[in-house]
Write a protein that binds this ligand. Structure first.
Ligand code: GTP
Length: 598
């Protein structure tokens, strides 16, 4: 197809502003799916995604549209993930497009991720089409939202399209504007092949299916290709497009969006952001913007039943086939035994992986509290990346420590500015900026340690602003901090999986709170259990879990056997998420106690 009839675009929006619903309407209108095939939100494929109502992986679909001018166009819609964990994937999806629909909720107005996404789109020089959605809502105020867009983003909002993805108002207008305003892709079929990988998934028969946007050259079955970042070579077996089911085609040319399969066994060979070129006649340089993504959040995953260790490894390997950003390596904990240290892009990514392991692979896991990566500069000049608090060298060996910082943007109604400031201060935030979006809403900017964000910043932000605040953050680098390791001893024995890294000034208080919290969480056992919090060799807090006074079965003595059995069953049930640490039974909540302290 000639490129003048191709349009590649994506939809960007804050969570819940209606991106998926709008995509469905566009599919429906262009007849990409018959009514019978139409399922709600077809672009969100994974079950978990659907349940949580969030978009995790970018997906793509090709629409055919005959415009008012009588010409037929091929529109490629690339769906983008809406969560802060997946910014890099958003950025790669945007790089595959020439234009973006910016969807803003007519009742809510601009939120933190609206801004983050629009800045990404502007960085990629995309033509932005403003869409104000949900105009059917009684509380919709499109004029106010237009004003906000002009004031805050500086885009001309006079031409914004007013839509309701719910009722279908404005859908035809969007399609016309896509055709008339989004530039068609430039690109030469006779130049060497350059195709951007913006997503991939693993198919057990065909191997990895890489989702690509061809920038120049052509690709067809039989083409020998090379991945420019990894230098791996393959022979293409199939190429095709998304209708949205995968449909084979003879070739993909410049400007086209589709998939390639080449018997690739490992998703790591098709990294998002990498450039595919022709192995026999390679392009001189890859497309710009590729970077290797590194996990930001780590935690330990241990099977409750140590016999499940191999199954856990299997399950992690299977998940990794589809998710190149999930990292794991074997780890041994004195307290928890054999498990894995896993790296994730962020907290949502971590939750999703844990939930899939338990749900799809039927594993019962103990997870340790999440932590960030610390850069430890030792007195002997060595620099370590520490992904597990228990591995922090001793104070004597450490010269200084750096931790990751983020720039956080919070949007809230005026009334909550005080609450946000107080919370951010408490979380070691440095105030950077405050700006009025209109007379009622404010945007605050802070620099904060990432570790505070992954603890409970977002939850507390939501609760202290009655759910009105929206948050977005981006990593800005590492900064030096006064950090120390806080150890927990049960029965006089340090429990490695309970160690945390905290700021020196908060260490005393945290230690006391943690010991108190653990006292509540650890059930009474047949003997007394001292709980101590220590920094280095110095114990800073002590609590005691008293011994159980009575045998629980005593009251059934001589009594009804079935009642006795029931009681034992109940105890067993309670043990499900317990781990025997030395001679103390520790429940799952204990390992997360640090997250629930304030
Ligand atoms: P993520 O996938 O989490 O990024 O959210 P999203 O932006 O895709 O939002 P989604 O399409 O899931 O819509 C969020 C909610 O708003 C759903 O309950 C939709 O039914 C509803 N919604 C979407 N568009 C409209 C609209 O035009 N009017 C009304 N009243 N509700 C809408």
């Amino acid at each position: 197809m000639d490129t003048a009839h191709i349009r590649n675009f994506c939809i960007i929006a804050h969570i819940d502003h209606g991106k998926s619903t709008l995509a469905d309407r566009l599919l429906e209108y262009t007849g990409a799916l018959s009514a019978r095939e139409m399922e709600d939100q077809v672009l969100d494929q994974m079950e978990l995604e659907r349940e949580r109502g969030i978009t995790i992986k970018a997906q793509a679909v090709r629409l055919e549209y005959t415009a008012n001018n009588g010409e037929k166009y091929m529109l490629n819609l690339i769906d983008t993930p809406g969560h802060v964990d997946f910014t890099y994937e958003v950025s790669r999806s945007l790089a595959a497009c020439e234009g973006a629909l910016l969807v803003v909720d007519a009742a809510q107005g601009i939120e933190a991720q609206t801004l983050a996404n629009v800045y990404l789109a502007l960085e990629h020089n995309l033509e932005i089409i403003l869409v104000i959605n949900k105009i059917d809502l009684p509380s919709a105020d499109p004029e106010k939202v237009k004003h906000e867009i002009e004031e805050v983003i500086g885009l001309d909002a006079s031409e914004a399209i007013l839509t309701s993805a719910k009722t279908g108002v404005g859908i035809k207008e969007i399609l016309e504007v896509i055709v008339s305003q989004i530039p068609f892709p430039a690109g030469n079929a006779n130049e060497p092949l350059q195709a951007l990988i913006f997503d991939s998934h693993f198919d057990s028969y065909k191997g990895v299916i890489a989702y690509v946007r061809v920038v120049s050259g052509r690709i067809a079955p039989g083409t020998r290709i090379k991945m420019m970042a990894t230098d791996k070579k393959f022979e293409v077996t199939e190429v095709g497009v998304f209708r949205p089911y995968l449909a084979n085609v003879a070739e993909l040319g410049p400007g086209e969006v589709g998939f390639i399969a080449a018997s690739i066994k490992n998703v790591k060979d098709t990294r998002v952001g990498d450039t595919v070129t022709n192995a026999d006649c390679p392009a001189e340089a890859p497309l710009p913007g590729y970077r290797k993504i590194n996990p930001m959040v780590y935690c330990g995953l241990y099977p409750v039943d140590s016999a499940d260790y191999e199954s856990l490894r299997d399950a992690l390997e299977k998940l990794q086939l589809n998710d190149a950003s999930l990292l794991f390596e074997p780890e041994t904990s004195v307290a928890l035994g054999f498990g894995f240290r896993c790296g994730f892009l962020g907290l949502l990514h971590m939750d999703v992986v844990q939930e899939r392991l338990e749900r799809e692979y039927n594993l019962t896991l103990i997870t340790t509290a999440p932590n960030v990566i610390y850069k430890v500069f030792k007195t002997d000049g060595e620099v370590l990346d520490i992904d597990n608090p228990s591995k922090l060298p001793t104070t004597q060996e450490i010269d200084h420590i750096k931790e990751p910082y983020v720039k956080a943007t919070v949007i809230v109604p005026n009334d909550f500015v005080g609450a946000v400031m107080e919370l951010s201060q408490e979380k070691r935030g440095e105030f950077k900026d405050m700006k009025y979006l209109d007379t009622t809403r404010v945007m605050l900017t802070y620099h904060l340690p990432l570790s505070e964000i992954i603890y409970d910043y977002f939850d507390r932000l939501k609760s202290s602003t009655r759910g009105y605040a929206s948050l977005d953050y981006e990593l800005i680098g590492y900064q030096q901090s006064e950090l120390v390791k806080l150890d927990i001893l049960l029965n006089g024995e340090p429990v490695d999986a309970l160690s945390v890294i905290v700021h020196r000034e908060r260490a005393q208080q945290r230690g006391r709170q943690l010991a108190e919290k653990l006292k509540e969480i650890i059930p009474r056992q047949m003997f007394e259990i001292p709980i101590q919090a220590a920094i280095g060799n110095k114990v800073i807090a002590r609590e005691t879990v008293r011994a159980m006074r009575k045998d629980v079965l005593a009251k059934c003595y001589g009594g009804d056997i079935s009642r006795k059995r029931k009681l034992l069953e109940k105890q067993k049930e309670g043990k499900k998420r317990m781990k025997q640490v030395g001679n103390v039974e520790v429940p799952q909540e204990a390992f997360m106690a640090i997250l629930k302290m304030d």
